[in-house]
Design a protein around this ligand. Structure first.
Ligand SMILES: [Zn+2]
Length: 246
């Protein structure tokens, strides 16, 4: 999926466009991909070229998140982790380690459902339960939410905002979860980073340290890609957490 960059500043929202009468296929597309800025308001990336946010989804993963934390610490870089509530409940020590290292922790729902298909009550339950779990574990308030699959049905983003959380999407992603080569993942993301930087935008990068189908899923390629990107871009770019843009 080609990254699309917001043209309206940090906040990209075209609520009015929802009335344009999209065909059913268009609706499904728009509801799932952050590049399609049709519904609601979500944070993607501001017009601050040279800034990179590394964001990691679907953890905590006891097999890979600790190695990622070591790598980030070695380079003195802070990142943003969108955690699943169910995994956080099972790995509270690891969640505390993430926060203690200075990273930002966000809400990625409890069980990673497609919220485009969920009732409002279910959405609220997924978000509330996760926020309460993360806050109970860390003592830090949860201010950011990333919808599973980037699903951006208006109700989902609305409920997140009502709960005081900012929905966060991204502008640089590849299929890191299904690749076997960290170099390939880094090469694809690097091309997007360079292009977005040239266009005068900050880059909001998604990688996966976990997986919603299994808590200890193998993530060596994604973790290798993160290290390659850190080494490549640290001399020229500034790594930030998403709260720097809110
Ligand atoms: Zn996810």
């Amino acid at each position: 999926m080609k990254a699309v960059i917001g043209t309206m500043g940090t906040w990209v929202g075209l609520g009015a466009a929802a009335g344009l009468g999209l065909a059913a296929g268009g609706f499904a597309y728009a509801a799932r991909w952050p590049g399609s800025r049709v519904f609601g308001d979500a944070l993607i990336a501001p017009a601050r070229p040279g800034e990179l946010a590394l964001t990691f989804d679907d953890g905590p993963n006891p097999a890979w998140t600790p190695r990622l934390l070591e790598m980030l610490a070695a380079h003195e870089i802070r990142a943003t982790f969108f955690l699943l509530g169910g995994y956080a409940q099972a790995e509270p020590e690891l969640v505390r380690r993430i926060v203690a290292a200075g990273h930002v922790v966000g809400n990625h729902s409890w069980s990673h459902p497609d919220l485009a298909l969920a009732s409002r009550a279910r959405i609220r339950e997924e978000l509330t339960r996760t926020r309460e779990m993360l806050e109970q574990i860390t003592g830090v308030s949860v201010r950011y939410f990333r919808p599973p699959y980037g699903s951006r049905r208006p109700a989902t983003l609305e409920i997140a905002r009502e709960m005081g959380m900012t929905p966060v999407l991204w502008n640089a992603m590849t299929t890191d979860w299904s690749e076997t080569s960290g170099e390939l993942i880094a090469e694809r993301l690097g091309a997007k980073i360079d292009r977005i930087t040239r266009r005068g935008r900050a880059v909001n990068i998604v990688l996966h340290d976990g997986g919603h189908l299994a808590k200890q899923v193998y993530r060596a390629p994604s973790m290798a890609a993160a290290q390659i990107l850190v080494k490549r871009y640290q001399p020229t770019h500034r790594f930030v957490t998403v709260d720097a843009w809110a």
